[in-house]
Design a protein around this ligand. Structure first.
Ligand SMILES: [Zn+2]
Length: 275
């Protein structure tokens, strides 16, 4: 799905108003909603089929999850995501791996579903690959908090079912799929690298939320765990991605969400893939 989210000022600290005003029209309406200046963001998963495995990367908001942070997502009674996955030819039983770039509520919701009043893994045969450094702070967060709700509903049932693989942030699944630490948004945030037929692509998760941050990488995302680290990670990622020229599969950029990072003056811009 694609929605107008928080405004630029509500999303970022350090916005240079004049510099932003000069380029704002270029981002409207596709990435910034005119009038409200809300970021237009997608919320989505990626389905990856390799020679060996069927892999789901990030699992959206889920159905019926508690969410005190984003009221619009609180107990959403919507199983459309699962039906669209079935329409793509993937039964829950066929998923081999579930990977989460990080464990915010819009990235791990469908990790579990409610059956007879209990949260159970949605994918009964899958290994759920999660960074140990991401899980640990959530586990330690104590009772009652937002993270704790997500932990209790979307993470703990997976661990209790024995389906969690808690890994290092540079874990490699095989020579086609591996993680790279991209910390800042959260304590254990990872990018997921894919290689196929000699080509590489990177899923970047929430190290960047909007194409406008290619132009202004130093804007600090307000809910980053460590916003300064987030800026450093974003800059390094953009620089590397522009040099490599490989496709970037973003979590939240507006549809089609995939493209390439291109150097532009002292910053970068994002060019969508043609298809
Ligand atoms: Zn997100």
């Amino acid at each position: 799905m694609e929605i107008p989210f928080r405004s630029v000022e509500d999303s970022f600290a350090g916005v240079d108003r004049d510099a932003f005003e000069a380029v704002r029209p270029a981002y409207e309406p596709w990435a910034i909603e005119p009038g409200t200046e809300k970021l237009v963001i997608a919320i989505q998963s990626y389905l990856v089929r390799t020679r060996h495995h069927t892999i789901l990367i990030d699992t959206c908001i889920g159905c019926g999850k508690t969410n005190s942070f984003f009221p619009d997502w609180h107990r959403r009674d919507d199983d459309g995501w699962l039906r669209r996955l079935a329409a793509a030819g993937v039964a829950p039983e066929a998923v081999d791996y579930v990977m989460c770039t990080h464990l915010h509520s819009d990235h791990c919701g469908w990790n579990t579903q409610q059956v007879d009043g209990r949260w159970v893994p949605t994918f009964p045969h899958a290994r759920y690959v999660m960074a140990r450094d991401e899980v640990a702070p959530m586990e330690a967060a104590g009772k009652g908090g937002y993270a704790n709700t997500t932990y209790a509903e979307s993470i703990l049932p997976v661990i209790e079912a024995g389906q969690a693989a808690l890994v290092a942030t540079d874990h490699a699944l095989d020579d086609e799929v591996w993680l790279a630490p991209t910390l800042g948004h959260t304590a254990g945030h990872v990018a997921v690298h894919l290689r196929s037929n000699g080509q590489e692509a990177v899923l970047c998760g929430d190290l960047i939320h909007s194409p406008v941050q290619c132009r202004f990488p130093d804007w600090q995302y307000r809910i980053d765990w460590d916003a300064e680290m987030g800026v450093a990670t974003r800059r390094k990622f953009l620089e590397t991605a522009a040099e490599a020229g490989h496709p970037i599969l973003t979590a939240h950029f507006p549809s089609p969400s995939m493209g390439r990072v291109v150097a532009a003056g002292e910053a970068w811009r994002f060019e969508f893939l043609e298809d």
